[in-house]
Write a protein that binds this ligand. Structure first.
Ligand code: PEP
Ligand code: MN
Length: 339
């Protein structure tokens, strides 16, 4: 929408119309009492490149269309995207995905122990990092390829599909061989080359919101994956940076209904990384269910005191069944049952 100044002359309005028409957009002149607005309906990219702001009589150019395309609920996609991972439904109004597991694959015993417990409690997927993005290069970065083997074993034993992070495009084939869902971590949400690689792997992608990323940016990141022909993307709100330091990040629960309005993609919440404190994980998980999330992803450990990563936010494995039952009860209030 091009808004003209109150002083704009007929000739200036005509000049803008003619310039717009060179791009092939449909032009609509809307004379008002004070100002004339000119609607341009069509490809916004071509219009952006015209430099209309510099033309005589133009006050401002206001983009009306959304900057994200394929992730948008506005264009082709009016219906929510629903798909199954190994028979477990993700998305849609009736299911709530409980994804749980250790932050990091530390050992075979630790991972299998947690996997058995979360499977018994009704989780639909096992999480666990073999390649970990760490703030310090001196921190434990995961077991790497042997960690993927352990996840494969946990999958074989429990039947739970596995979600694990892809950190590096060079490892894409290796990770895709073992993962049922490819996780793109918050720190890589805008790693566009990695997003394109992930989009080509033929596996669903769990895309976490960047620490300081807007929801528009999250949906444009999703566009990178969708553009590769991969329709199976799960968005994840995992807390953002704000002035508040009491919690590790600030869980933006309003992101969930906003994303549901603006996108067709399933949305889950990670209360573990958002809060950094296991005592807050259950109330936030219940909140996620209340605002209509399609599920949660949480960290669980049998002995969080000795966890190599994110111990303070890990739920005690021995408490997990109760946690799962209570969260499921909240999800049921919204008409959802565990996937
Ligand atoms: C994770 O889920 O293992 C993780 C590192 O989370 P995030 O990318 O959201 O920090
Ligand atoms: Mn973690």
């Amino acid at each position: 929408m091009i808004v003209m100044t109150p002083e704009a002359t007929k000739a200036e309005i005509e000049a803008v119309r003619e310039r717009l028409e060179t791009t092939g957009v449909h032009v609509l002149v809307l004379p008002g009492e004070m100002v004339t607005a000119i609607g341009a309906i069509g490809d916004p990219e071509g219009v952006r490149e015209l430099g209309l702001e510099g033309m005589a009589g133009v006050d401002r150019v206001v983009p009306i269309s959304r900057p994200y395309k394929l992730a948008s609920s506005e264009l082709a996609h009016h219906e929510p995207t629903v798909f199954a991972v190994d028979g477990h439904t993700i998305g849609g109004p009736a299911t709530f995905a409980l994804i749980a597991g250790p932050c990091t694959v530390e050992s075979r015993d630790q991972t299998l122990g947690v996997a058995r417990i979360v499977a018994a409690a009704g989780a639909c997927m096992l999480r666990g990092g073999a390649f970990k993005p760490r703030t310090s290069p001196f921190a434990f970065k995961g077991l790497g390829a042997p960690g993927l083997e352990i996840l494969a074993e946990a999958r074989a034993e429990t039947g739970l599909p596995v979600v694990t992070e892809l950190l590096d495009a060079a490892l894409a084939d290796l990770v895709a061989r073992h993962a049922d869902v490819i996780q793109i971590g918050a720190r890589n949400m805008q790693n566009y080359a990695l997003l394109e690689v992930a989009g080509k792997l033929g596996k669903p992608v769990l895309l976490k919101r960047g620490l300081s990323s807007s929801l528009d940016e999250l949906l444009m990141a999703a566009d990178y994956v969708l553009k590769e022909g991969n329709e199976r993307v799960i968005l994840c709100e995992r807390g953002i940076r704000t002035f508040e330091t009491a919690t590790r990040f600030t869980l933006d629960l309003s992101a969930v209904p906003w994303l549901k309005l603006h996108s067709h993609l399933p949305v889950i919440v990670d209360p573990s990384h958002a809060s950094g404190d296991r005592r807050l994980v259950e109330p936030l998980a219940r909140g996620a269910a209340a605002v209509g999330a399609d599920g949660i992803i949480v960290e669980v450990h049998e002995d969080p005191e000795i966890a190599l990563c994110d111990g303070p936010q890990a739920l005690y494995a021995r408490d997990f069944q109760g946690f799962a039952d209570r969260v499921a009860a909240h999800a049921a209030l919204g008409g959802r049952s565990l996937a």
